[in-house]
Design a protein around this ligand. Structure first.
Ligand code: ARG
Length: 480
């Protein structure tokens, strides 16, 4: 061996590309280019990938068993240093990213043995493989949290199964519903998110090792071995694509943005439902804040913050899409920013689910207030009257107009709620149907509202039996 190339000639803290560049990196260069400041969270995943890689190098006889064992033993030490925080405290200025840092530490511990680890791989495929394992774990955690939140909504729906609630469109009373139906509408959103998480998981769980810098390797690597070792469900079919795509990251960023957006809709509903005007729900004191000046205040902070976080999550998605578009093929350093978006979005997503879940779990729904808000609102049953006329043979458009004209006349005459009901009962065209819907005397009793709800038996509708059906089906999935 050329003495110049002997391993002793390579200093232990050398740059990866030592030998090619004559000058060490400027501090300004390193501060801007290094990713160690954020990709340090990949440390356990780099170790997992590296362990599998060296076992494969040994199985294919590229690396002998003694070297392999030395590396695996050193990784036990490194893993312990990572979990105790010691590793992060001992980073050195030449640790450009987590992958460089781990290889440097391995070489400190094993000397020449460690220098064999990077055989047949590049940081381009290593960083992607570590990122994929990180993302796979994150998706698992997020799915578990989503399932827990769905369970909470099911429990709340069961507890409030009979509470009637003013169903809204355009924030106006539309049709009466069950509060449990509204709760389960948010469970439906999260169930779709759950499905998206599982679908994204399959595109994340791909083995990209063997791709090297971009073209594969001349060495007889056994990628089936390493893929199996890492629990991947598939091996990438193109090495250039493997090192340059970030589509699995933008997909996960979408999944997170959609989850937090869905939670922000729940947050918006809660802000409105706990408002002074509505009072439909009351937050627990330990999930609210007060005001520094106004002694009477109790604020829905989590429900508001989740709306803000949804904005940031959407920003991470659009930011990553913009950063990864128009890439000339192969690896380019712009791709490194993918992780900044990914890490912050995953963190916000997990925190948002946990916070909203805990807030919901402790929220009280005020059934009397919900009911009372409907008792004086006969117009919320206008569709029921038109549909009753349809059952008696009137085409819907004609029934609709007859009800609308009667309502307009009643409103123009500035009638009270009670007078409107009587006015509709007395109408030539819609009277019979109105009596059927409202009952034949008095104001709008709760019974009539409940009957309206129970008549909506279409699949997914607001009738109690349909809501119970959904609770049962959803609970079964998330508790299995
Ligand atoms: N830290 C880099 C990243 O996350 C990976 C290293 C690849 N760097 C390179 N110059 N080829 O994107």
């Amino acid at each position: 061996m050329d003495p110049e190339l002997k391993s002793e000639a390579i200093s232990e803290t050398s740059l990866l590309w030592e030998g090619r560049l004559g000058l060490a990196s400027s501090e300004i260069f390193s501060n801007y280019v290094d990713s160690i400041g954020f990709d340090v969270v990949l440390a356990p995943y780099d170790v997992e990938v590296s362990r599998a890689h060296v076992k494969m190098l040994n199985a294919t006889q590229i690396v002998d068993s003694e070297t392999c064992q030395k590396i695996l033993d050193a990784f036990d030490v490194i893993s312990h240093e990572i979990s105790s925080g010691e590793f992060h405290a001992c980073l050195v200025p030449t640790d450009e990213d987590i992958h460089t840092a781990i290889e440097r530490r391995l070489t400190e511990l094993t000397g020449d043995a460690g220098r064999a680890l990077h055989t047949g791989r590049s940081r381009n495929d290593l960083a992607q493989m570590s990122g994929r394992l990180y993302t796979r774990d994150a998706l698992d955690r997020i799915r578990t949290r989503v399932e827990h939140a769905v369970g909470t909504l099911c429990a709340l729906a069961e507890k409030n199964i009979e509470t009637v609630f003013p169903g809204k469109t355009h924030l106006q009373h539309a049709q009466p519903i069950l509060l449990s139906h509204w709760l389960m509408s948010h469970a439906s959103r999260l169930m779709n998110d759950r499905e998206r998480i599982m679908q994204a998981y399959d595109r994340v769980n791909v083995c990209v090792l063997g791709s090297g810098a971009l073209a594969g390797s001349t060495l007889p690597l056994d990628i089936d071995f390493v893929s199996k070792e890492l629990g991947c469900s598939k091996i990438s079919d193109n090495s250039i694509f493997a090192v340059s795509t970030r589509d699995y990251i933008t997909e996960v960023l979408f999944v997170c943005a959609q989850i937090v957006s869905n939670l922000s809709c729940l947050g918006e509903d809660i802000v409105w439902m706990t408002s002074t005007e509505c009072g439909y729900a009351t937050l627990s004191d330990n999930f609210s804040s007060g005001s520094s000046m106004m002694p009477q205040k109790k604020n829905p902070d989590i429900a508001e913050l989740v709306r803000g976080k949804a904005g940031l999550s959407i920003g991470s998605l659009t930011g990553a899409l913009a950063a990864t578009k128009s890439q000339i093929f192969g690896y380019n350093h712009d791709l490194q920013v993918d992780k900044e978006a990914l890490f912050s979005s995953i963190k916000d997503c997990e925190l948002s689910i946990v916070a909203m879940d805990a807030m919901m779990e402790t929220t009280t729904f005020n059934s009397a207030v919900c009911e009372n808000s409907l008792v004086n609102q006969p117009l919320a049953l206008a569709t029921d009257i038109a549909e009753e006329m349809v059952k008696n043979g009137t085409p819907f458009r004609i029934a609709y107009k007859a009800v609308a004209v009667c309502i307009k006349r009643a409103l123009d005459a500035e009638l009270s709620a009670e007078e409107i009901i009587q006015y509709m009962r007395d109408d030539d065209l819609i009277g019979q149907a109105s009596i059927h819907v409202f009952g034949d005397k008095g104001t709008l009793p709760l019974d009539s509202i409940l009957r309206s709800i129970e008549r909506r038996t279409t699949k997914g509708g607001t009738a109690t039996k349909r809501v119970l059906e959904q609770i049962e089906a959803v609970s079964k999935i998330v508790s299995s």
